[in-house]
Design a binder for this molecule. Structure first.
Ligand code: UTP
Length: 298
């Protein structure tokens, strides 16, 4: 069985659900507290032992490359100002992972973005993580997928149970249970209509895929919006070879591609930080009290 050494992070989309800011700032670069969303995504891949990460970018996404690059002038300034810890943090960032950048010339869909990385991935299994959402789980979500892969082989999808509102917006899986949290995935349907809903298991970011996905991506007809969607290609792959689903244990899903979830992620991760928790809690309590009495200031 081949080792999973590489990951692809598609980050070349338009982010139209997050306009206006995405006109000038990639949604993958929106901050969750004090680091961009894509930082958390790269962190998971690194923690899972991934050796090389391919980030798929586009013309308007240069900020991503700058973020992970060295910045000598800044480092010098920090050192001169005696801010050695800040300087070390900035340096560590550029050493975080071995990154390869690939351009997607046109935003033809998240599946097409994965196809753009084919020549770097080659004939190996690999991980796909979206650039605009991440999961905190114990054990690490990527580790949970790798465990299933190492046991069964084949592709492994991250599954989470969604409520009715989420189901209408996600790629929902038809599955056959294998054992506790592991399933055989029979098909995926993106944004199902009410009569198409057969389960509450959504395939979220975090796809461990065999290279068998590439010929499918190359030949599949464009779907909704004229785009090539990864879930549709994975659904075809499931007819050709085993695709498994791992319902991620102890997981919290943070989605920065959507305004409300983005705000929730910021509040939640800030509340988990020792340096912010107490002051933020006090502020939120005060704010809630004001809103409850209807005295909010305009
Ligand atoms: P999304 O489908 O959520 O991104 O893809 P989007 O198209 O930017 O979103 P909206 O609907 O316009 O708001 C998930 C990931 O795939 C990337 C995105 O950048 C995001 O990180 N993506 C999407 C690409 O790399 N290329 C594409 O053509 C589309």
């Amino acid at each position: 069985m081949k080792k999973v050494r590489k990951a692809v992070i598609p980050a070349a989309g338009w982010g139209t659900r997050f306009l206006l800011v995405t006109k000038a700032v990639p949604k993958e670069m929106l901050p969750i507290v004090d680091r961009p969303v894509i930082h958390y995504v790269v962190e998971e891949a690194v923690q899972a032992g991934i050796e090389e990460i391919v980030i798929v970018t586009a013309r308007h996404k240069r900020a991503i490359e700058d973020y992970f690059d060295r910045f000598f002038e800044l480092e010098q300034r920090l050192l001169q100002a005696g801010k050695t810890e800040e300087c070390a943090q900035v340096q560590r960032l550029s050493e975080m992972a071995r990154l390869v950048y690939v351009r997607q010339p046109e935003a033809l869909g998240n599946g097409h973005a994965v196809l753009c990385a084919r020549h770097v991935i080659g004939d190996e299994p690999f991980l796909v993580l979206w650039g605009d959402d991440f999961i905190h789980a114990a054990p690490l979500r990527a580790r949970q997928l790798l465990d299933v892969y190492e046991e069964l082989g084949g592709s492994v999808l991250s599954l989470m149970r969604f409520g009715p509102e989420g189901i209408a917006r996600a790629a929902m899986a038809t599955v056959q249970p294998l054992r506790d949290n592991v399933y055989r995935v029979l098909s995926l349907i993106e944004k199902p209509s009410p009569e198409q809903i057969v389960s509450d298991l959504a395939a979220v970011s975090g796809w461990l895929l065999t290279p068998g996905i590439f010929p499918v991506l190359e030949t599949i007809a464009p779907g909704r919006g004229g785009e090539i969607w990864l879930p549709e290609a994975v659904s075809v792959l499931a007819q050709e070879e085993p695709v498994y689903g791992c319902e991620v244990r102890n997981a919290v899903f943070y989605d920065a591609g959507n305004r409300l979830n983005y705000l929730k992620a910021n509040i939640e991760l800030a509340l988990r930080r020792d340096d912010l928790r107490d002051d933020l809690l006090a502020y939120l309590r005060q704010l809630l009290a004001t809103f409850d009495t209807g005295d909010e200031v305009c």
